[in-house]
Design a protein around this ligand. Structure first.
Ligand SMILES: C[S@@+](CC[C@H](N)C(=O)[O-])C[C@H]1O[C@@H](n2cnc3c(N)ncnc32)[C@H](O)[C@@H]1O
Length: 231
């Protein structure tokens, strides 16, 4: 199989970046304090681009994924993780598409990578409310956004398979909009400059401002591009 063209990989983004976009969300999560005993929610986990790193790392039963496209999870289990890993690490999955979090556990960390980059303001608000309800008082939400001044005005979900040709599948926002919508549901926000392979911007959110990095600490988040990739 040509891995870069595999449908379960290209559905979530460029096939050539499947490995590094997964590795970089894992690296950032560990840099932000994720340890094996924590409960992690991977919201919109897709084909386990990040999940294939998180699931082996976390203790059994500590990984939770929300993903409406069950085929992505199934293919990733078949092609990336294997059934034995599922038996050993017992991850939880929910195939809901209403932006709810149908797990009643206090998550220490929530990762939403390349999710808000597809939402209009209506869904951005709904998802912020859901994630704020699911994160524990001391927990951290890590999420990516595209930033620019267009401040997306469409509503709904924009995606490769859901829009007529020619319409853009990504949403971009002003930083002020992201922070204001987070504040509406009691979340403090911090933009960090952690390198993202596709130019998305990482934000950290928490219910307490003290849990977020200071400006000085935020300057230590470089990312995985300190050295160029090996030839
Ligand atoms: C660009 S992919 C990102 C996947 C994953 N977070 C990653 O980084 O590989 C967006 C994902 O959001 C999922 N998605 C679409 N609608 C959703 C919904 N209502 N709730 C949760 N996830 C959704 C898609 O199926 C897809 O897997």
């Amino acid at each position: 199989m040509d891995m870069e063209k595999a449908a379960y990989r290209t559905y979530v983004g460029p096939g050539s970046l499947y490995d590094i976009i997964g590795a970089s969300q894992f690296a950032l999560s560990v840099s932000c304090g994720l340890r094996e005993q924590h409960l992690l929610l991977d919201f919109g986990c897709g084909s386990l681009r990040g999940g294939r790193f998180f699931i082996p790392y976390l203790r059994a039963g500590h990984y939770y994924g929300v993903e409406p496209n069950q085929w992505l999870v199934d293919q990733a289990v078949q092609q990336e993780l294997g059934a034995d890993m599922i038996t050993l690490k017992a991850p939880h999955f929910a195939a809901v598409n209403d932006f709810s979090v149908p797990f009643d556990v206090p998550f220490h960390m929530i990762v939403a990578q390349s999710i808000f980059t597809h939402t209009g303001k209506d869904l951005m608000r709904r998802l912020f409310a859901s994630l704020a309800g699911a994160i524990s008082p001391e927990g951290l939400i890590l999420a990516t956004f595209f930033l620019d001044n267009s401040d997306e005005e469409r509503s709904g979900w924009f995606y490769f398979d859901s829009l007529p040709n020619g319409q853009k599948v990504l949403a971009a926002y002003r930083q002020e909009t992201v922070c204001a919508f987070a504040a509406e549901v009691g979340l403090h926000a911090r933009h960090i400059h952690f390198w993202h392979p596709a130019g998305q911007q990482w934000f950290l959110f928490s219910k307490t401002a003290e849990r977020l990095p200071t400006a000085e600490q935020a300057s230590h988040f470089y990312g995985l591009n300190v050295l160029p990739p090996l030839p």
